[in-house]
Ligand binder design. Structure first.
Ligand SMILES: [Zn+2]
Length: 240
């Protein structure tokens, strides 16, 4: 039995919706999303708040966002929700520890997804924000949205905050939108490192206990630890 710590739903405000738009634009500018093939959802009180289908991020407005209940019915919004609604809805239901999910088509994560390969934890920031090996789902042909969502749920497990959709792209989550966006960026960076280190002949992965320790530190102690502060004299002594 898992003991995932559930996050509280976010308040659905115009500012939060604007943050989703800004996140889409930033991920688009950095090449993680091409065109409108990316989507974001956030756990809110009435269900999930999700980006609309096929609206250019440059013109997207806070009122374009859609709220969908946990049983899949539209609660509010004039636009159709992202075509990947089921992916977000089922993943957020399965993983109460995630408050937001970001789906992109970023390049190196998709390289692994096309090779049907998992991404092992190969760098420390991945250990902290993703927390474990990112598995690749079974392949599901385009348009079979519910089957894709089920395949993603089968693959993600209950440790890593991300999963690769075979021949498609990555999905990353976090407790907040900001954390999910960072997870999507770190996932892409780690995939780049893993692919390139493997081309050099070997990518050394971080041992499971060290990953768990780093993840625990990030979740529970990050920013709260007492770090010894050196005096000016100590600094001078160590830098000469
Ligand atoms: Zn996609």
């Amino acid at each position: 039995m898992t003991t995932l710590m559930a996050v509280s739903p976010a308040a659905d405000t115009p500012a939060l919706r604007q943050d989703m738009i800004e996140a889409c634009r930033a991920l688009s500018q950095s090449g993680h999303i091409i065109g409108t093939w990316g989507n974001i959802s956030i756990r809110v009180v009435d269900g999930l708040l999700i980006t609309p289908s096929r609206v250019d991020y440059a013109v997207m407005q806070p009122e374009d966002m859609v709220v969908v209940s946990w049983d899949g019915h539209k609660v509010s919004g004039t636009r159709p929700p992202s075509s990947e609604l089921e992916l977000h809805r089922l993943l957020l239901q399965q993983r109460p520890d995630l408050g937001a999910i970001v789906h992109t088509h970023s390049l190196y994560a998709t390289v692994l997804a096309c090779a049907h390969r998992a991404l092992p934890v190969c760098v420390e920031d991945m250990a902290q924000i993703i927390g474990g090996e990112v598995r690749c789902s079974a392949y599901v042909p385009g348009g079979h949205h519910r089957e894709l969502a089920i395949a993603a749920c089968d693959a993600i497990g209950d440790v890593a905050t991300a999963v690769l959709l075979a021949n498609h792209g990555p999905v990353a989550g976090g407790r907040t939108l900001a954390e999910a966006v960072t997870a999507a960026r770190i996932l892409e960076k780690a995939a780049f490192l893993y692919v390139n280190a493997s081309l050099l002949g070997h990518c050394a992965v971080i041992a499971g206990e060290a990953v768990a320790e780093e993840r625990d530190r990030f979740l529970h102690r990050y920013g709260k630890e007492d770090i010894p502060v050196m005096s000016g004299e100590d600094v001078a002594c160590h830098t000469t």
